[in-house]
Write a protein of this length. Structure first.
Length: 279
């Protein structure tokens, strides 16, 4: 690869930027679609995309994009989400005001809003983008929920920390690269390959017991499945893609045999990547 640019969705200070910094030089993009496009057309070395949150669940659109672009998962990383209430230094949390943030961030702070009836949540496109809006508009009646890093970048005061309803607010990110260049990827931090994980996607014939048979290909070989997710295929009504994560590398004998077995009756099987974790 000719660069170490890492695409992410959002503004500087976003949680995605925190993840991107672990892999190389962050490059912000407005949407996930544009970040995937940049990877596909080799404008960047790789991209980090959030795939699930411990409170909010899966980011379904990114599962769809994994199927729509020629990309492969090269690593995963986990970022602890620590929401802060940010505002201008002259603002007051006791006055009436609006709080801007991404809808998922707002939903993760319901207890805070229940205790502060004077503050009204307002949906924005991004956590760090909300902080940027507050700084640009200079309205002391507006606040943002974003990371402490976003507050530092945009010169905002931190009025409250740890706003989330639960402490275990963690987002899982995939580092993706072009499927033809995974072996050439030069990451700032190398993934820990002592305990690898593999992600696959497959489709099944609409037959009785087909999903049971698919799961049996793993269970019969004592392969530890860590996640299963279904998404509409969009090719035919009520047909689905099944996304599965399990422990091990695709070249491990048991997993190789499992995938061979699955391909005997599945209508499509694609390995999205075997990868380690970057701390």
């Amino acid at each position: 690869m000719t660069n170490r640019l890492v695409a992410y969705q959002g503004e500087p200070g976003a949680y995605s930027e925190i993840a991107a910094l672990r892999f190389g030089d962050p490059a912000p993009f407005e949407t996930f679609d544009k970040a995937f496009y940049a990877v596909e057309h080799r404008e960047v070395s790789c991209a980090v995309i959030p795939i699930e949150n411990s409170l909010g669940g899966s980011i379904h659109h990114n599962y769809d994009l994994l199927m729509q672009h020629p990309v492969r998962i090269a690593a995963e990383t986990f970022v602890k989400v620590e929401h802060c209430l940010l505002g201008l230094p002259t603002a007051s949390v006791n006055a009436n005001g609006n709080v801007l943030s991404h809808p998922q961030a707002l939903s993760q702070c319901r207890n805070f809003f229940a205790a502060h009836k004077n503050l009204t949540p307002e949906v924005a496109y991004d956590t760090a983008g909300s902080a940027k809006i507050i700084a640009d508009e200079g309205n002391p009646a507006q606040f943002a929920i974003a990371s402490k890093r976003a507050g530092e970048l945009y010169g905002l005061k931190v009025f409250r920390e740890n706003l989330a309803d639960e402490d275990w607010n963690i987002t899982r990110f995939f580092c993706i690269t072009h499927e033809e260049h995974t072996s050439d990827l030069d990451l700032k931090n190398k993934p820990d390959t002592t305990r690898q994980k593999t992600s696959i996607v497959f489709t099944l014939p609409n037959e009785q017991g087909s999903l049971f048979r698919a799961m049996a290909t793993l269970a019969l070989r004592d392969i530890d499945m860590t996640k299963i997710e279904s998404r509409p295929s969009r090719m035919k009504a009520f047909e689905y893609f099944f996304y599965v994560d399990f422990i091990g590398h695709e070249n491990d004998p048991a997993i190789h045999n499992s995938l061979t077995h699955l391909r005997e009756f599945a209508t499509m099987v694609k390995v999205l990547g075997s990868y380690g974790v970057v701390e």
